[in-house]
Ligand binder design. Structure first.
Ligand SMILES: *[C@@H]1O[C@H](CO)[C@@H](O)[C@H](O)[C@H]1NC(C)=O
Length: 381
């Protein structure tokens, strides 16, 4: 029954996508793009036709995902060519992915809330990097994995992803995003105490950027939870508000950690205004699935005013138009970068999605920051 349902969904999705007008190949690079001083418009197709109805979103979202891969992440590996096998010993899950005669191995650690059983499975947050007991104490399992074992946070190209895909022009953020998905594949095989239909992804800072990639590139992810995620997460590329301090930017990320992204992203330094994407494309590529973004007001480097005043209203407009306004949340809080209070601030939203509880907090409050509609003038309603 499950397999039949899956193949029906797969065929339906194929039919929808095959009706989409393909983007030109190759897509234009820096020299033939024009600078724009506003966020790119999610409501117009690449060919200039208006995105008329929510039914068009499948095709527009595919375009946005292609643009994100072409300019930022590199191209996601063809999962249909991969075989994933998992074994479990207690709470340790060992994962082997094989493709093209090569294989890579890494592991994840499971933590279950009390009462999670095969007959009463719990939802699960897949966490990159630091574990957080807040989820488990709120009835949500966690499966935590280590970044370096999937892809080293350096140019060294070590880790499970590179054992298979060495030589490909893919950024480490996408490799980590792929890691979330392979953990989910493994959970489906060996962790019947978790429900593969209620799944979140979480990470903070560089792992928050990766959690957003994880949410974008796998529709099985129910709730995407990037924390203190900055540029390549939910902070705008084009708009900085530095009265509280210096903001992270494309240039600093590429110069500081060029391995996070596709190699030719550096063409856009220092002129990111020619990039045909911005944070609103990254955030909207998850829609209409749920997402809640953590940001500290004291974390100037992550540009909280840009997240609240630029990315949030421009992305919420997409969710609203899709009839899913409440599926995107902004979780502003006091404090700084990756503050331990972040998850407690997000949990009410995450529980509402994964456990169906009633939300008590307002996740559409951008205060103390004002909206900056001058950055998304295409939004007229
Ligand atoms: C533009 O692309 C969209 C989405 O693929 C398609 O529906 C539409 O027909 C295209 N318009 C033109 C003029 O080709």
């Amino acid at each position: 029954m499950f397999l039949i349902t899956l193949s029906v969904i797969f065929l339906a999705a194929q039919r929808v996508y095959s009706q989409c007008t393909p983007l030109p190949t190759p897509l234009p690079r820096f020299g033939s793009l024009t600078a724009t001083n506003v966020l790119p418009n999610p409501f117009v197709f690449y060919n200039g036709t208006a995105v008329a109805s929510p039914a068009d979103w499948n095709c527009r979202r595919q375009e946005i995902k292609t643009i994100l891969q072409e300019y930022l992440f590199g191209y996601y590996p063809d999962h249909s060519k991969e075989t994933v096998t998992a074994t479990r010993s207690g709470n340790t899950i060992s994962i082997t992915v094989t493709a093209g005669g090569k294989s890579g191995k890494f592991s994840a650690t499971l933590a279950l809330p009390s009462g999670a059983t095969k007959d009463k499975p719990a939802p699960v947050m897949i966490v990159l990097g630091f574990g957080d007991s807040t989820f488990v104490s709120n009835g949500i399992a966690t499966a935590t994995f280590d970044a370096g074992s999937v892809a080293a946070d350096s140019n060294s190209k070590t880790g499970a992803f590179w054992s298979i895909y060495n030589g490909q022009d893919v950024g480490v953020l996408l490799a980590w995003g792929w890691g979330f998905h392979r953990v989910l594949d493994a959970l489906i095989q060996v962790a019947p105490e978790v429900d593969p239909k209620r799944v979140g992804v979480n990470g903070c800072s560089r792992y928050g950027k990766a959690a957003l990639a994880g949410g974008i590139f796998d529709d099985r992810i129910t709730v995407t939870n990037p924390q203190s995620s900055g540029v390549f997460g939910v902070s705008p590329f084009r708009f900085r508000y530095e009265s509280g301090g210096w903001n992270e930017r494309l240039e600093s990320n590429v110069n500081g950690a060029g391995w996070w992204t596709k190699s030719n992203l550096k063409e856009f330094i220092p002129d990111e205004k020619r990039l045909p994407l911005d944070s609103n494309f990254l955030a909207s590529a998850v829609a209409p699935r749920a997402a809640v973004w953590d940001n500290g007001q004291g974390d100037a480097q992550m540009n909280p005013e840009g997240v609240a005043g630029v990315t949030f209203p421009s992305t919420q407009a997409v969710y609203k138009w899709l009839g899913a306004t409440d599926n995107v949340g902004l979780a502003l809080r006091s404090g700084g970068h990756c503050d331990p209070s972040g998850t407690s601030n997000d949990i009410d939203f995450i529980k509402s999605i994964l456990l169906g509880t009633t939300r008590t907090k307002n996740y559409a409050n951008t205060s103390p920051y004002k909206a900056h509609p001058e950055t998304y003038p295409w939004l007229t309603t």
